[in-house]
Each structure stands twice: as structure tokens, then as C-alpha cells.
Design a protein around this ligand. Sequence first.
Ligand SMILES: Nc1nc2c(c(=O)[nH]1)N(C=O)[C@@H](CNc1ccc(C(=O)N[C@@H](CCC(=O)O)C(=O)O)cc1)CN2
Ligand SMILES: Nc1ncnc2c1ncn2[C@@H]1O[C@H](COP(=O)(O)OP(=O)(O)OP(=O)(O)O)[C@@H](O)[C@H]1O
Length: 183
Amino acid sequence: MKKDDIRRTVRARKSLLTENEKAEAAQSVFDRLEQMAAFMMADRILMYHSLPDELSTRDFLGKWSGRKHFFLPRVNGVNLDILPYEQTRLHLGAFEIEEPDGNDLTDIADIELIIVPAVAYDRHGNRVGRGKGYYDRMLAGSRATKVGVGYDFQLIDDAIDTDSHDVPVDIVITQSHTVIRRR
Ligand SMILES: Nc1nc2c(c(=O)[nH]1)N(C=O)[C@@H](CNc1ccc(C(=O)N[C@@H](CCC(=O)O)C(=O)O)cc1)CN2
Ligand SMILES: Nc1ncnc2c1ncn2[C@@H]1O[C@H](COP(=O)(O)OP(=O)(O)OP(=O)(O)O)[C@@H](O)[C@H]1O
């Protein structure tokens, strides 16, 4: 399935979600992430600060920020910088995303677990992002466990057409499914 068709279909499905459904899905997905060894064992975790149309990470960030070292991406040209998450030091950055202030840049190689946002995933861990390649470029330099999260309809049955630069995730978690990529 072509990436642009997937982006259109997922956008339409998202627009039908109620606030209640959004909250329930986020709770269920992050409850399961918490119980996974990959999360329990990891201390340095790259999260994302959710946009309104993404599975919300707000509650989860708040719940665990005292016990894990969370990091967030910050757009820097065509690349993503990685900085520590501190609730008091966020500003609205590129694309209206809340991003960390300061210059405490962290090496991607020091991150143990990455929660990777996407428009959709297939059962092989392939992903469709927002089409700017930010995560693909960053993930190319990482050996961390990569976890995709989303609503049920963001896990699609058809295989996604991949390009050579696409980096798959190891695990996809949705409300009803946990998919582990075969290696
Ligand atoms: N929460 C969150 N943070 C993230 C990402 C993400 O997908 N989600 N990113 C993942 O890469 C990076 C930012 N990349 C982004 C790329 C495009 C758009 C976006 O809104 N695109 C519009 C098109 C508008 C335009 O071209 O200016 C769109 O999708 O409709 C947002 C973020 C880093 N931080
Ligand atoms: N490692 C890379 N090096 C150079 N260019 C890249 C790399 N990865 C992706 N790109 C470029 O980024 C653009 C978008 O790629 P693609 O459509 O796969 O993004 P995406 O997976 O939807 O986005 P994202 O990775 O931000 O979630 C393409 O033009 C691609 O050539």
C-alpha cells in the first residue's frame, strides 16, 4: 500500500475518535508498555511529546518522569536533536510541537529505548511517518529497542511499501495488539 494513501485513510479514521476513546487507547497502550521487559530494563528513553492527532503521551510522561530519564526530540533543520525532558522547560517549537529548551544535547547512541511516533505501522514493523524522514535519519544511528505506538487502525494488515532508508520498529503496541518483529 502506498504511503500517501495510508496517510489519508488514517487521518480520516482519527477525525472520528471521541475524547473518551483517545484517552482509553492511550491508557491501554502505555499500561502494556510499562509491563514489557524492554521498558522496565531501560533507563534512558526517547519519548515524543504528542500532537493533538497522536496517541497522547502526556499522562505517561508525567507518571514516569521521576523514575526514568526521558528525552524528547527537537527539530534542527533536517535533523532531530535529543534533549532531556523537564516539564518546566518546554517551548512550542517547529510544527507546533512542545520541545525542550537549552543546549544539553544527548547522543542518540546513549538512548536505550525509543518510542517512535508514526502515522501507521505494518506487522513487520515498517512505518509511515509524516513524510519528512526525521525519524529515519535519526534511527539510522541507533541500536536502541524501537517501539511504535498507536490506535488499532494505525496497525495495518497490508504491507507498507518501504524505501531503502526506512528503519523498522521492533515492537508495535496498539489497544488490542502487541506485535513483535521477527528478526
Ligand atoms: N509528537 C511528535 N514529535 C515529533 C515528530 C512527530 O511525528 N510527532 N516528528 C516526526 O518526524 C518530528 C517532527 N516532524 C514533523 C514533521 C511534519 C509535521 C507536520 O505537521 N506536517 C504536516 C504538514 C505541514 C508542513 O509540511 O509544514 C502534516 O503532517 O500535515 C510535524 C512534525 C520530531 N518530533
Ligand atoms: N537516512 C536518510 N538519509 C537521507 N535522507 C533520508 C533518510 N531517511 C529518509 N530520508 C528522506 O526523507 C524523506 C521522507 O522519507 P519517508 O517518506 O520515508 O519519511 P517518513 O518515514 O514518513 O518520515 P519519518 O521518518 O519522519 O517518520 C525522503 O525524501 C527520504 O529520501
